[in-house]
Design a protein around this ligand. Sequence first.
Ligand code: SF4
Length: 218
Amino acid sequence: MAMDEINKAGVTIPPELQGQIAITTLDKIYNWSRSNSLWPMMFGLACCAIEMIITAASRYDFSRFGMEVMRPSPRQADIMIVSGTVTKKMVPQIVRLYNQMSEPRYVLAMGACASGGGPFKEGYNVVSGIDKFIPVDIYIPGCPPTPQALLHGLIIMQKKIERQKLSDADWYKKDVDNEIPVPILGPDLIDPRKYALIKEQTHKPAFQVVEEVQNGDE
Ligand code: SF4
């Protein structure tokens, strides 16, 4: 990073010291170091994962942006790249991994499937986007997105991190619990956050539920 970019505190540096010292804000230096050492979690779900692997390989080489250390453990990763079709079977595992990542953590939905279900949206075994379960910071369109698109998404992620402030960061606040209840996979996927709605629907007469579905109320 150029000295001019680091000198953000609005303090004039004497000419004899220019280029030798830098005065900056805590937010700037903190975000600069975090955004340039994002460690992605090493996992993939489907075809998009191949593009992610290519992005890490020599031609595109996302280590140029400080992201080469892909971690197989969520406890050592900052960013989860959800690359591929999100099946109901995988959702409990993805949410559990997300919960095991330490704050600050970020999620990038790579491709049409992770963002909204993609070509398999109507499939009985596929969820319409991982954002139904965990908060997504960046969406990358495409089926599959190219390595350039993934790089672009990661650079946008860095810019987003650079705008964060220590003073209002969620992970330094007391009593903020960002843990997501792990969904339960039975005959279908149950989101524990929707127990009340599921209970209400279960106690309705069947004909009423059918009518609501036909009218598009549900
Ligand atoms: S978005 Fe396309 S390439 Fe990516 S996982 Fe889905 S079907 Fe495969």
